[in-house]
Design a protein around this ligand. Structure first.
Ligand SMILES: Cc1cc2nc3c(=O)[nH]c(=O)nc-3n(C[C@H](O)[C@H](O)[C@H](O)COP(=O)(O)OP(=O)(O)OC[C@H]3O[C@@H](n4cnc5c(N)ncnc54)[C@H](O)[C@@H]3O)c2cc1C
Length: 309
């Protein structure tokens, strides 16, 4: 059993390499990677035995990138292909699997070796359950979002860098225009503290209550989907269809705790909820619950914390 790792996001590629290396070591097998950018040797330091490089990979387009991964699969002959489930990777993984005529398990949250088989974990039923899945095809393509695994410490190792020689296809989809999206101030995926707003907030201006407490505790501000997608008060939300977060502290304010929201916060270390309804689902999954009105609790908390600070 051997591995090939690819992500156009180098940091994510290194995280996947860390996990592939751990599994390969258990089976005394090999890890290969398809590298992008300069310094392919760093992939070796991060756990790869063999690194494939290819010139001509420019801005992402699924056809040339997919063709490059397929070519790397043909060269490395792995039994398992790990792909980073970025927005692009989620399109790339099934493209590669279908080109190879093999199985694909997209957006998994974990992987282990069980009885000599690769078994993945995936959230199902809107995030309320975790399914264990395995594939019968060789190779199998599996994608993982960022931060499922830790990257290894970069150490000098011996490994081979091999240049793939091939002509990449002209993409059939042409980009006619690029417009920059306004950058969001919050980087929720890597935030270590998040305070989040739900429909318990009655007006956009009231979000200042969150901003005040966020400033004191050094938090990023998140929200539920209705606050963002329906009301347009913020540009990104937390949950199964939004950002999946992994902070050490998540404070849900006026959030009911539906499975779609909880699926995005389940990896938080500590969840605190503030909700006036004692029966709200969010209290059931919280480490600390405050049954109360956000308009009273947040100013009181902010005052107490600023006095301590
Ligand atoms: C396919 C699909 C995908 C979805 N994906 C997501 C997703 O990724 N993320 C997401 O968040 N949602 C998602 N949703 C929506 C989700 O189902 C819920 O509708 C949403 O999470 C509810 O948001 P909420 O908690 O802000 O609002 P509500 O469910 O209306 O809850 C508001 C809560 O605030 C409390 N409250 C009211 N006033 C106060 C007060 N003054 N003080 C304290 N508490 C108060 C109430 O008791 C209530 O519990 C998705 C839905 C679908 C169908």
């Amino acid at each position: 059993m051997s591995f090939l790792v690819f992500s156009e996001d180098r940091e994510l590629a290194f995280q996947l390499l860390g996990k592939a290396r751990e599994l390969a070591d258990k089976m005394s097998s090999e890890v290969a990677a398809l590298a992008t950018g300069s310094d392919p040797q760093e992939y070796v330091c991060q756990g790869a035995d063999r690194v494939y490089t290819l010139s001509g990979l420019d801005r992402f387009n699924v056809e040339p990138y997919g063709t490059a991964v397929v070519e790397a699969v043909k060269a490395a002959k792995p039994s398992t292909v790990f792909i980073g489930a970025t927005k692009r990777g989620k399109e790339l993984a099934p493209w590669v699997a279908s080109s190879l005529g093999v199985g694909c398990m997209n957006e998994c949250s974990g992987v282990e070796l069980k009885d000599g088989k690769i078994v993945v974990e995936r959230l199902t039923y809107g995030g309320s359950n975790v399914a264990e899945e395995t594939s019968t095809s060789i190779p199998t393509v599996i994608s993982f979002p960022p931060r499922c695994f830790e990257k290894l410490e970069s150490v000098e190792r011996s490994g081979k860098v091999v240049e793939l020689e091939m002509n990449l296809p002209e993409p059939r989809v042409k980009v006619v225009e690029r417009r920059e999206k306004p950058k969001s101030k919050a980087d929720l995926e890597s935030a270590s503290i998040i305070v989040s707003a739900g429909r318990g907030f009655k007006a956009k201006e009231d979000l200042r209550l969150l901003e005040e407490i966020a400033e004191i505790i050094g938090a990023q501000i998140g929200c539920t989907r209705p606050i963002s997608a329906d009301l347009g008060w913020m540009d990104q939300w937390v949950g199964i269809s939004g950002k999946k977060v992994k902070p050490s502290l998540y404070v849900a304010c006026g959030v009911s705790g539906t499975i779609q929201h909880v699926a995005g916060i389940r990896d938080s270390q500590i969840i605190v909820s503030i909700n006036s309804d004692e029966g709200a689902g969010i209290h059931g999954i919280s480490d600390y619950s405050i049954v109360g009105d956000v308009y009273e609790v947040l100013p009181a908390l902010t005052k107490a914390l600023s006095e301590r600070a």
